[in-house]
Structure formats: structure tokens, C-alpha cells
Write a protein that binds this ligand. Structure first.
Ligand SMILES: Cc1cc2nc3c(=O)[nH]c(=O)nc-3n(C[C@H](O)[C@H](O)[C@H](O)COP(=O)(O)OP(=O)(O)OC[C@H]3O[C@@H](n4cnc5c(N)ncnc54)[C@H](O)[C@@H]3O)c2cc1C
Length: 124
């Protein structure tokens, strides 16, 4: 399915839905509906600071292309570490990071990895 089909106000799950992309109203006979919420990163304030992907998730490590690094004026001789953003020494972890699997355990795990990478940068 290309887009979410939220039920129209007052309808039940097996009734009318509106395709948010096409605006087409469709009728579906379904028994359950899974609603995915919280998938939009609040990262607009980072514009011009670190490189984000088209959906606003922060790019880190090998997700940063050569072009990304040139545009961001990457200023150190090495490539970014895992979890490091386009700003040397600044790391991103958790849901706001592109490629993160959007789970509590991964956010916590990435945070602990980032701490050791911060030590590595400070030791350079
Ligand atoms: C409905 C739902 C159900 C989920 N169920 C599960 C589950 O069952 N199991 C599981 O493992 N994961 C689940 N997740 C995912 C899990 O919640 C996230 O992966 C996890 O919380 C990510 O942690 P985080 O610290 O990266 O982000 P968050 O927990 O989102 O924390 C980010 C914090 O930053 C704050 N913030 C945002 N912008 C700013 C700003 N500009 N200034 C200051 N603070 C700011 C936010 O208010 C928030 O407190 C679920 C998520 C949702 C939305």
C-alpha cells in the first residue's frame, strides 16, 4: 500500500478510508488496523548544522557520502566514525538517527557506543 488510509470520521474499520496521497476514498473490509505513530523526527532546528536525509533523520558514519562531507565542509583527515554526524565530534543516536531500528534497546546501545567514540575523538 502506498499510503496510510486513516478511517474517515465516524466510520468503522471495515468502512470508508481516504488515501492521503491520492485523496481517493476507498472501501476496505478489514478486521484490524495498525497505527504507526511517532515516525517524524523533530530535527528541523539542525538544518545547516548536521546533514540529514530527505526525511529529516540525521546521517551518520558511512551513510554520509563523499558529496555530503564536501557540502558539510568535513574538516578532519579521517572519515566519520560510526554514529558520528557530518560535524566532527558530534554524534547522533536513537530514533532521530537515519538507519536506527527504532527500538528502545537500540537507542540505549547506540548511546553507550557513542560514549566510547567520544573518548576516541577526545584522544585524537
Ligand atoms: C507508539 C510507540 C510505541 C513503541 N513501542 C515500542 C516497543 O514496544 N518496544 C521498543 O523497543 N520500542 C518501542 N517504540 C520505540 C521507542 O519508543 C523508541 O525507539 C525510543 O524511545 C527511542 O529513544 P530516543 O531516546 O532515541 O528517542 P525518544 O524516546 O523519542 O526521546 C527523544 C526526546 O527528545 C525530546 N526532544 C525532541 N526534540 C527536542 C528538542 N528540540 N529539544 C529538547 N528535547 C527534544 C523529546 O521530547 C523526547 O523526550 C515505540 C515508539 C512509539 C512511538
Amino acid at each position: 500500500m502506498e499510503a496510510a488510509l486513516p478511517p474517515l470520521p465516524g466510520s468503522t474499520p471495515d468502512e470508508m478510508f481516504r488515501n492521503q496521497k491520492t485523496e481517493k476514498v476507498e472501501r476496505h473490509k478489514i478486521g484490524a488496523l495498525f497505527s504507526m505513530t511517532g515516525a517524524v523526527p523533530n530535527s528541523a532546528w539542525l538544518e545547516g548544522c548536521v546533514t540529514c536525509d530527505d526525511e529529516g533523520f540525521i546521517k551518520t558514519g558511512s551513510d554520509l557520502s563523499k558529496e555530503d562531507l564536501e557540502l558539510a565542509k568535513w574538516s578532519v583527515r579521517r572519515f566519520p566514525y560510526l554514529l558520528e554526524t557530518s560535524l566532527p565530534g558530534v554524534f547522533a543516536v536513537g530514533d532521530v538517527r537515519g538507519g536506527n531500528v527504532k527500538r528502545v534497546a537500540s537507542a540505549v546501545g547506540e548511546g553507550s557506543i557513542a560514549v566510547s567514540l567520544v573518548h576516541q575523538v577526545l584522544a585524537e
